[in-house]
Design a protein around this ligand. Structure first.
Ligand SMILES: O=C(O)[C@H](O)[C@@H](O)[C@H](O)[C@H](O)COP(=O)(O)O
Length: 267
């Protein structure tokens, strides 16, 4: 690892020399959290996003993880999803299915909770929240001790060059959605326009949140999301990721971290 440390209030930073190294560290991190969660709760409730994250998680399906991870205990969700058919090239479910779920890992199909793709984004968000509520009732998904929010064992996020995470875009009213666990938008600046997304309270109630960001095109957004940049501009959505009690970890490659003020974290 090129550098690892803890930022005074933006969580742990893991900066990697290469994407290969980042992928190995990410696989190790997920495998460890899975083991801890299965030991403590008997299950591992993990939420995925779309984008390059899925490719970067690829090592999880290879040795040793394919045999050492307790895949049968995984319950899989999406922090955001595009309102398209499951077999559409834009579907985050399809991306994860092709890149992870269909590999030689024994995930139980009934534990994979994708959205209903045959209804509107609004209905899909409502239905998805209902499913999550049932699983919170049975404690397949844990519950926050300070709100009634679900407490996912791990939420994995990517970040766009504009600083969006999940489908929470800068300056969008969706950032203020506090009453729902899952909401929807119909005007996403990044296509496709219709999406469902976890709200910030759900993301910030997770036990662990990892933001995985690679490439120079994200360097400015990484700087704005992590460094002390003052309060003149509204915070980027990625900066609003602040787990209340959980742990935040940033997985970055060197180009993505190239505009960070290194003095702010201790090794
Ligand atoms: O549905 C989506 O659009 C994704 O979930 C989105 O939030 C993604 O994670 C970021 O846009 C980063 O994507 P890249 O890593 O591909 O840039």
């Amino acid at each position: 690892m090129a550098l690892s440390g803890v930022h005074k209030d933006r969580g742990e930073l893991r900066i990697h020399e290469s994407l290969d190294e980042l992928g190995t560290d990410l696989a190790d991190y997920i495998a460890e959290l899975s083991e801890t969660s299965v030991k403590e709760r008997g299950v591992f409730a993990i939420a995925l996003s779309g984008g390059s994250l899925i490719g970067l998680m690829g090592k999880l399906c290879e040795a040793p993880y394919n045999k050492t991870v307790d895949w049968a205990k995984w319950y899989i969700f999406w922090a955001d999803e595009r309102a398209v058919a499951k077999n559409h090239a834009d579907s985050n479910y399809k991306l994860a299915k092709d890149g992870l779920l269909s590999k030689q890992v024994p995930i139980v199909p009934s534990h994979v909770h994708s959205i209903n793709d045959s209804v509107s984004a609004e209905e899909a968000a409502d239905e998805y929240e209902f499913v999550i509520r049932q699983l919170v009732k049975t404690r397949t998904i844990s519950v926050s001790d300070i709100s009634d929010c679900p407490k996912f064992d791990l939420i994995l996020l990517g970040m766009g060059p504009d600083g969006h995470v999940a489908s929470l875009f800068p300056n969008h009213p969706v950032l203020e959605a506090n009453d729902e666990w899952v909401t929807y938008i119909t005007d996403s600046p990044k296509p496709p326009p219709e999406r469902i997304t976890f709200t910030l309270p759900v993301i910030n109630s997770a036990s662990n949140v990892a933001v995985v960001v690679a490439g120079e095109g994200k360097a400015e957004a990484v700087h704005l999301a992590i460094d002390d940049v003052g309060t003149d501009c509204p915070p980027l959505p990625a900066r609003m990721v602040q787990p209340t009690k959980g742990k935040l970890v940033w997985f970055l490659d060197k180009p993505a971290a190239s505009k960070l003020e290194g003095s702010q974290f201790s090794e």
